[in-house]
Design a protein around this ligand. Structure first.
Ligand code: ADP
Ligand code: MG
Length: 672
């Protein structure tokens, strides 16, 4: 904390009601800090040396409670007088079937009665270091109370008066007073709402301002017509019709790319919803209008798969699809570079190898980024520079994130959602098994293989325990080989320690149906498409996060057959792991899963959000305050639509606040 603002924005964690007392018989382990009134019956020092502790027993008319201190014994002991009544304050925990408070605050009732209190009191977050400097909750409260006196009448308003009036928001100064010097829960809520709105409104303002600015700054390439390649693929090549959702997203994209504006669009769609096809159709739009286009994927395997599946669809049109990855040989690479520069090669698929400066396009007008959460902002910004004016950007993600989170993390992108799977897909059945049920799982797998299906068995690979994880993988592989003897059964194995060429070979064997079982680490997590694979077994499933489990499950259910996902876990599971398994069993809906994930782990831990920095909020919380997030975004949009430069006198206050928080500079160049 450097400024008074930092201190005044050090908000309470919660409030305690100093007029409320609990009875000892009412205690339960889920309670936070509570107050109890009672008589100290005895005090003793137990143990010795470093293990010594001070234990006092407190009695009220309903029972007995232990107060325990491990530190500061010599200061506390003289304060505790058997027979005297005290008010104690702390968090109850259960130990040996009895409740205790460790390191409680204690005040003799006589003194407690002398203090004047309104009832509610703010409790502040603190740290070991702060506590060592007497800045525990109480110390911080004193500092903040002094500060409130000091700044009285001087706290500047940050919201325009029309917003305050329209929504009956209290002034900023009053809101600070009410959260730090609480009166009633109702007023606290109003004060918090004002401060949360303030925080979220400015986040949205900044995001949307740069979005509006980019829209005006960059001219977009115009895809005037829907041409021959697009139409032929659609009517002659595709064996199926597009889903309604795919058509809608294509409409969004066509509108963007015909508008003369620069497109910056995110397509969110669950695994298997057909995003790649939407990407391909958009790429054909670019080509039909005389431009080049590229698709970037996060892994080599994915890039290859995209290249070959797209090539297959474009063969009838006589279009060639280039592939550029780290393992493409220098000579081939040179050929690709040349063909790109002359404009002869119109479609390039690759990994981030295509970001290299050496890769120059004649006229790149659309770049598609698959599984965008795997790429950083810096990488994306390189794509922007691949032409004199930035190419249209289409990013795709199969990791759905909750709507309000998307408004923040992807707030500067326009979003489209594919919320419909192609027809005829059977929902994947998911079951949870414990290790001791392994035999029945194995026999189920055998049954499926004998029906002609293929199976994935996936092991976790967490970097910190890499060696152990490889051992698990190899042991697992051995035992599967024993159960599925060659030559009747053939196995593939893929893991990160293998050479890329070997990996690809194994993947290829599996994709061609020459092996029935693929034993792998999570390298197959994203994008891999083998429609005949109908069983996904996830080992040590409790070690995976929800979004990863969902991604893995998405590797099956891609053909017409009933598919299964089997979650194998140990016997004992934490509460959170149990929730994860239950959620997977219950639903196939990626958005629903992401909501649960966000509630379990908090918005800052959702994949793809860490680097955004936008999650560091002082008072608002994206999960709990989702309504305020939407509201703040709507308001910010409304204002910018009418007054994009914030020149209206009424909006000066907004303009100045944005300037201030950006250190006087407007960051026009922010790239999404
Ligand atoms: P995603 O990238 O969203 O996970 P893909 O684009 O890989 O999904 O599509 C998954 C599978 O569904 C592919 O085999 C694709 O050919 C097929 N597919 C895509 N769109 C349709 C559709 N409208 N009808 C039938 N099958 C489709
Ligand atoms: Mg995909």
């Amino acid at each position: 904390m450097y400024t008074w603002q930092d201190l005044i924005e050090h908000y309470p964690l919660r409030y305690i009601d100093r007029s409320q007392f609990y009875k000892i018989s009412e205690l339960h382990p889920d309670l936070q800090n509570i107050q109890i009134k009672g008589k100290v019956v005895n005090v003793e020092e137990l143990g010795g040396g470093r293990k010594s502790r001070l234990v006092a027993r407190l009695r009220d008319e309903t029972g007995l409670l232990e107060l325990v201190w491990f530190k500061g014994i010599k200061y506390i002991k003289p304060l505790l007088k058997p027979g005297l009544e005290y008010v104690v304050f702390g968090k109850p925990s259960l130990f040996n079937n009895r409740f205790n408070l460790s390191h409680p605050e204690i005040v003799p009732v006589v003194e407690w009665n002398k203090r004047q209190r309104s009832g509610l009191e703010a409790v502040y977050p603190s740290t070991e270091k702060l506590r060592a400097r007497y800045l525990d909750s109480k110390g911080l409260r004193k500092l903040i109370e002094n500060l409130l006196l000091e700044v009285h009448g001087k706290v500047e308003e940050t919201l325009p008066s029309y917003l305050l009036n329209d929504y009956k928001l209290m002034s900023r100064e009053k809101a600070f007073l009410e959260v730090h010097r609480p009166n009633t829960h109702e007023i606290i809520r109003k004060a918090e709402a004002r401060l949360k709105f303030d925080e979220l409104f400015y986040i949205q303002m900044k995001i949307l301002r740069s979005k509006v600015a980019n829209k005006r700054k960059f001219k977009g390439f115009v895809f005037k017509e829907v041409g021959a390649n697009f139409n032929t693929l659609y009517s002659d090549v595709l064996p199926f019709d597009l889903t309604g959702a795919q058509k809608q997203v294509l409409k969004d994209i066509r509108k963007d790319t015909a508008s003369g504006y620069h497109m910056n669009r995110l397509v969110q769609g669950d695994v298997g919803s057909g995003k790649t096809l939407v990407a391909l159709m958009s790429m054909l739009l670019a080509i039909d209008n005389g431009y080049q286009t590229c698709l970037m994927a996060p892994t080599e395997i994915l890039a290859q798969q995209h290249q070959s599946s797209i090539q297959e669809l474009l063969d009838p049109l006589g279009l060639e699809v280039g592939l550029l990855t780290g393992s493409v040989k220098t000579r081939d690479r040179k050929g690709i570079h040349e063909a790109l520069e002359t404009g002869e090669l119109k479609i390039l698929v690759g990994t981030h190898a295509l970001l290299e400066d050496k890769v120059k396009f004649k006229n790149l007008a659309l770049a598609v980024i698959d599984e965008q959460h795997r790429f950083g902002v810096a990488q994306r910004s390189k794509l922007w520079k691949k032409n004199t004016s930035p190419p249209h950007i289409l990013v795709m993600t199969a990791t759905p994130i909750p709507r309000t989170l998307a408004m923040t993390v992807y707030g500067d992108l326009d979003t489209s959602i594919i919320d419909e799977l192609p027809p005829g897909r059977k929902p994947i059945l998911t079951r949870h098994f414990r290790d001791n049920q392994r035999l029945s799982v194995l026999s189920f797998i055998k049954q499926q293989i004998d029906l002609g299906r293929q199976v994935y068995v996936v092991y976790p690979l967490i970097e910190e325990s890499e060696t152990m994880d490889y051992k698990d993988l190899m042991d697992g592989y051995e035992s599967i080989v024993r159960y599925f003897p060659r030559p009747k059964y053939q196995l593939s194995i893929v893991h990160g320690r293998m050479k890329p060429a070997d990996k690809d070979y194994e993947m290829q064997m599996f994709a061609e149906g020459k092996t029935q079982i693929m034993v792998a680490t999570t390298v197959i997590e994203v994008g891999v498409n083998v429609p005949n694979a109908s069983v996904m077994v996830i080992e040590s499933a409790e070690r995976f996060g929800l979004s990863q489990l969902h991604q893995l499950r998405g590797r099956v259910g891609r053909g017409g057959e009933q598919s299964y996902c089997i979650l194998m876990t140990g016997q004992k599971l934490s509460k959170e792991s149990k929730t994860r398994m239950e959620t997977m069993v219950k639903t196939n809906d990626g958005f629903e899963i992401s909501e649960v994930d966000m509630k379990l782990r908090g918005p800052g831990n959702i994949e793809g959000t860490q680097q955004s920095g936008l999650m560091e909020m002082k008072i608002a919380n994206i999960v709990q305050d989702s309504k305020i997030v939407s509201f703040a975004r709507t308001k910010a949009l409304e204002i910018l639509e009418v007054d994009p430069d914030l020149t209206d006198p009424e909006n000066q206050i907004i303009y100045q606040n944005i300037q201030k928080s950006m250190g006087g500079k407007i960051n026009w160049g922010r790239i999404s």
